[in-house]
Design a protein around this ligand. Structure first.
Ligand SMILES: [Zn+2]
Length: 475
């Protein structure tokens, strides 16, 4: 509510540094401090917001414990004006300025003081603001964030690695600490070292087993303090101080550390630092070589239409193609889903119809969601979901885009993806998505839901065979 009011300009908040990020409130364990300009108008706005909060939450503001404090340069007239409209709320003088939370000459936050006053996440958020600010000058927090996302997106690394860094930055990796927060487990202790909570920064940085990897990496990072901090802060330091190519290596290693941690859970083996580094470096190298080769070909005007033909997934992986078909006149949505293994054998086909009014993005997102549900029901592991809806695929895999009205759908899907490190989503051209397309079309002429396990409706067989012969030609 406060942020909304600030966005509309009806409350102004205060800036810690002239021209810097404006803050309108700080939340403590049980207390909330709201900052505003000393004026009758702003007080009335805040007063209305507090009333609205009381009415909608059913909680009551403790007026005995609520006080308005003025900074020392507020005029007596204004103090009186506010005191009159504030009624039973006590008015007094306010001495702790926000500026005491920062080291003014250093242009940075007094992190220990902020840390004492706020929860770890809040403190990290606040301190990362100023960190960005001190480094890029007059940048607002939003711009700093945008630069960070764009920096991640510019990395010349495989998409799953970018997605991984993004999830780490968003604090949404299923670490033990995150699972405890969601009340899914009770013990947040790092399962590898048994020392300290397993936060994102712990797994990727401060865990002694992670430090070992950084020590061997020769990335220069081994000299950085291995202390526990917010991963967002750590990454923004890396992004500021490391060259792009180093940052690419680092992001591969970060993902490698997470993969190793998961392997310990699922396969009970734990790779040596050398192995983690070797895998990270060789896969980065082969990715970048392949990409460079592709760019060269493009440069010589050879037309490459990549990702056009359907290709079987890697061994052990299942590929799930999905597509939607809409019948606008009858408000119907047809869902088509097909799962195949590394030799192109059908694991299942699925065709279903439901009532629907919405656009194609919403339809495609709905089918992807259904595909995920099916995969969960049938307990398929290591899945790549492949669809031809460019915007939807971007919406769930990329960051920084403006997908406001689809945000909730994408967030739901992302939420599922991050609980399943063995799933990914990728794009395929329409030509490579014929089977799912045919299943979706077919669905429009029927009712209900059909699932064929290791089989398909007869009219689809030839399309599946065509996919397979195309993919053989290509290899
Ligand atoms: Zn540990």
């Amino acid at each position: 509510m406060l942020s909304d009011a600030a966005a509309k300009g009806s409350i102004k908040g205060v800036a810690a540094i002239r021209g810097g990020t404006r803050i309108n409130h700080l939340l403590f364990d049980d207390d909330c401090v709201i900052f505003s300009k000393a004026s009758k108008e702003e007080w009335l706005t805040i007063h209305d917001l507090l009333l609205l909060y009381e009415v909608s939450s059913g909680q009551k503001l403790n007026r005995q414990k609520t006080a308005i404090l003025f900074s020392s340069n507020t005029s007596e007239i204004i103090k009186r004006e506010v005191a009159v409209v504030a009624g039973d709320v006590i008015c007094g003088d306010y001495d702790l300025k926000v500026s005491s939370l920062i080291f003014e000459d250093l242009h940075c936050w007094n992190e220990s003081l902020v840390g004492d006053m706020l929860s770890r996440e809040e403190a990290a958020l606040i301190c990362s603001n100023a960190l960005g600010k001190s480094m890029v000058g007059e940048c607002s927090n939003k711009e700093v964030q945008k630069q960070i996302w764009e920096g991640v997106w510019r990395l010349n690394v495989p998409n799953p690695t970018k997605q991984f860094v993004w999830k780490s930055l968003k604090s949404i990796l299923p670490t033990r600490q995150n699972l405890v927060q969601r009340k899914l487990i009770e013990d947040a202790t790092c399962p590898i070292c048994q020392r300290g909570e397993e936060t994102i920064c712990h797994v990727l940085w401060s865990c002694p087993t992670a430090s070992d990897v950084w020590a061997e990496s020769g990335s220069g990072l081994q000299k950085w303090p291995s202390e526990e901090k917010d991963f967002y802060v750590l990454w923004s330091e890396m992004q500021t101080r490391l060259q792009q190519s180093k940052l690419e290596e680092v992001s591969m290693i970060l993902r490698g550390l997470w993969t190793r941690r998961n392997m310990m859970f699922f396969e009970s083996k734990f790779d040596s630092p050398r192995k983690v580094l070797n895998v990270a470096m060789t896969s980065l190298q082969s990715f970048q070589e392949a990409r460079a080769a592709l760019n060269n070909l493009k440069g010589s005007h050879v037309q490459i239409r990549k990702n056009i033909k359907w290709k079987p997934p890697d061994e052990g992986v299942s590929k799930v193609n999905f597509d939607a078909a809409i019948d606008k006149n009858n408000f119907k949505l047809g869902l088509g889903i097909v799962a195949r293994n590394h030799v192109g054998e059908v694991l299942f086909t699925f065709s279903s119809t439901k009532q629907f009014s919405g656009n194609s993005d919403l339809a495609e997102a709905a089918v992807l969601w259904r595909a995920m549900e099916l995969v969960l029901e049938l307990d398929v592991r290591l899945v790549v979901f492949e669809g031809d809806a460019d915007r939807v695929i971007k919406g769930v895999t990329e960051v920084g885009g403006n997908y406001a009205w689809m945000e909730q759908q994408y967030a739901n899907i992302c939420g599922r993806l991050l609980l399943r490190p063995d799933w990914s989503v990728s794009f395929i051209h329409r030509e490579g998505n014929c089977v799912a397309h045919a299943l979706a079309k077919r669905a429009l002429s029927m009712e209900g839901e059909w699932c064929w396990i290791e089989d398909e409706p007869s009219e689809i067989t030839s399309i599946i065979a065509r996919d397979l012969s195309c993919s053989n030609e290509g290899s």
